[in-house]
Every structure is written in structure tokens, then in C-alpha cells.
Design a protein. Sequence first.
Length: 103
Amino acid sequence: MILNISFEEAKQLLDSLDNIVMIDVREESEYITGHAVGAELLPMSEICVERAAELIPSKSTPVIVYCRSGRRSMKAARLLEDWGYESIYDVGGLAGWPYGLEY
């Protein structure tokens, strides 16, 4: 199931769940300009079943996805859902993320 969530809801999930994975589906050139703290890079152009399995321990692991504007994150969320992932949270775009960036 895919749920669209706010930054605040994403932060609550990150703080309360030990096994949650946050995935940035932008390209590497975008990722290196600043990404959410702890986010893993899985560019939309490279997303596949095998790469998803490398980053997400199990189909029941909660996953947060984001991109720049929300278009790629929704596509990625739908793919993950099609591949059997059960808990997918789409934050949409990263613009305005108030909880710190890594470079």
C-alpha cells in the first residue's frame, strides 16, 4: 500500500521505526547537491527488482521515497508496490525538507 505523507509524518516514522529505509530516487547529480540525512540513493533511471532488494531488507520493511517534485517518487512507489513491498510512504519532493541534509 502507498501512502502520501507529509515531512512531519516522515520524521515521525524515521524516529519511531528501526528498520525503515528512506530512498532518494533522483539522479546521483541531484543527490550529491543535498539529500535527506540517511537516505539511500536509488535513481529512478536504475530502479529494478534487484537494486531494490539490495537496499530494502524485506517486502515488509517500511520504505519512504522522495524525489525533487514528486513525479519520480510516485513512479518508484508504484513499482515497489508492484514488486510486493507492503508499506510504502511517498513524501513527494524534497524541497523544504526541514530535518537536515547531507552532502
